[in-house]
Design a protein around this ligand. Structure first.
Ligand SMILES: [Zn+2]
Length: 442
């Protein structure tokens, strides 16, 4: 064992699993950090009317500033909106350093408000031997292999779960722990050459507030990566194009006792419209690269009924086709319900980052190469939603998403292994090294 670790340490420029530095194995250090961060509950809150939405995020932000300083990032700071920023300056020789673009790494401080908050008590299952994992003495709280077949790949690894009463917060404290540990590696191993690296830990990602708080332009990264994905190897440079639709049906109300020949009830037209939305493109029928139209709210009375819709498609032309489909359907419904007036408005929510990333394919390619160097097979996975990277990409910093190793986010059954976290750390170290080798002038 010692011999193997020593061999890897001597070839650290091509860091692989099991790598060792002066301060101990990576897997142990990233695990220790993760457990420290996870113990601080940082759930964000919807419509809190303030940034950050919860005070607990300050506690983690301040702790991270101190940790980043301890690691050696002298300018670490938290701003008035609870965004943590720091810089690891390039260690390339003058003349070369200026040619390498500044690379950003991003994770978020908050955890999802979808699971009840409470003291988070991570449970470490050392040297997993296989089989289902009991999260506590309560027999209803069991992490099963049937529902989590990827557990089979974790034999011998240390696995962290919750005690079944709260979420774990690997989304996205694993990402933070991995970034901080990667920085520690880079500082401890000056032989690994890299350009300037910018760090951002943002608040309120889970309630859609992080990009508003985040000064993307002032930050200074040319390209960036969110470390906020799930299983080992996940690499996402595609998100949905997303639009929100509102259909308003207007009718005419009169007293029902005196309604004959006069009343136009908007509820009937609206319900018919919802029923006629094509079944084949409803969310419960589609997967992979397929988009959907989803009716997610209906409110109304005789006079006025409003239907809310979500439109999703990986192609922008797909959103246009879905909009045209809705317009045709509304014309038909209006003919069927004389006197009803229907209007449709569609507004864009976010766009597929691939529209930008396809023109800079090396950003994703370098990430895939970094994974392979760490012994990880990249798994290209389209995000059937948006990421902070979608917004950041369209603010001028192309930003794909990398795995953290986490499973079952926003759930009491969240779990992660220190082996996968170590591979995420190695991926990040390899990534900035590859940028220093191949990124000149990009
Ligand atoms: Zn996340």
């Amino acid at each position: 064992m010692k011999l193997r670790l020593l061999t890897v340490a001597l070839t650290l420029h091509l860091v692989g699993p099991g790598a060792l530095t002066a301060s101990g194995p990576i897997a142990e250090r990233v695990l220790g950090r993760f457990l420290r961060y996870a113990a601080i509950p940082t759930q964000s809150k919807d419509q809190a009317g303030k940034v950050p939405s919860t005070d607990s995020q300050w506690t983690l932000a301040r702790l991270l500033v101190e940790e980043l300083k301890t690691v050696g990032l002298k300018d670490a700071r938290v701003d008035s909106k609870c965004c943590v920023y720091a810089t690891l300056p390039s260690n390339l020789p003058p003349g070369k350093a200026e040619k390498i673009p500044t690379i950003g790494l991003i994770s978020h401080l908050d955890t999802s408000p979808d699971v009840p908050e409470g003291p988070i008590k991570p449970v470490i299952h050392r040297k997993y031997a296989g089989g289902d994992l009991a999260l506590s003495n309560d027999r209803s709280r069991v992490l099963t292999v049937a529902e989590n077949p990827l557990l089979k790949k974790q034999i011998g690894a240390d696995i962290v779960t919750t005690d079944g009463t709260t979420l774990l917060g690997a989304d996205d404290k694993a990402g933070i722990a991995e970034i901080v540990t990667a920085l520690e590696e880079l500082v401890a191993n000056p032989g690994i050459l890299h350009g300037t690296i910018k760090i951002a830990f943002t608040p309120d990602e889970e309630v859609g507030g992080s990009v508003d708080a985040f000064d993307v332009k002032g930050w200074g990264a040319r390209y960036a990566y969110t470390v906020d994905g799930e299983q080992l190897g996940e690499l996402s440079d595609q998100t949905f194009n997303a639009s929100a639709g509102t259909v308003t049906f207007l009718g005419k109300n009169v007293h029902p006792g005196d309604a004959k020949g006069k009343m136009v009830n908007s509820l009937y037209a609206a319900c018919r419209f919802v029923g006629e939305l094509p079944r084949s493109i409803r969310p419960e029928r589609v997967d992979g690269f397929e988009g959907y139209i989803h009716a997610n709210a209906i409110t109304g009375s005789e006079e006025k009924t409003t239907v809310k819709l979500l439109l999703r498609d990986f192609q922008r032309s797909g959103i246009q086709r879905k909009t045209a489909l809705l317009e045709r359907l509304l014309k038909r419904i209006q003919r069927e319900f004389p006197g009803t007036k229907a209007t449709l408005t569609v507004t864009e929510s976010y766009r597929n980052m691939h529209d930008v990333l396809k023109d800079v394919p090396f950003v994703t390619d370098f990430a895939a190469e970094a994974m392979r160097s760490a012994g990880v097979t990249p798994v290209f996975k389209p995000v059937r939603g948006g990421t902070d990277g979608s917004d950041i990409t369209f603010k001028g910093v192309p930003t794909p998403n990398l795995f953290t190793g986490g499973h079952n986010p926003h759930s009491r059954f969240e779990w992660i292994s220190s082996r996968d976290m170590e591979k995420a750390v190695l991926t990040l170290v390899n990534l900035v090294r590859i940028w220093a080798e191949k990124g000149a002038g990009r």
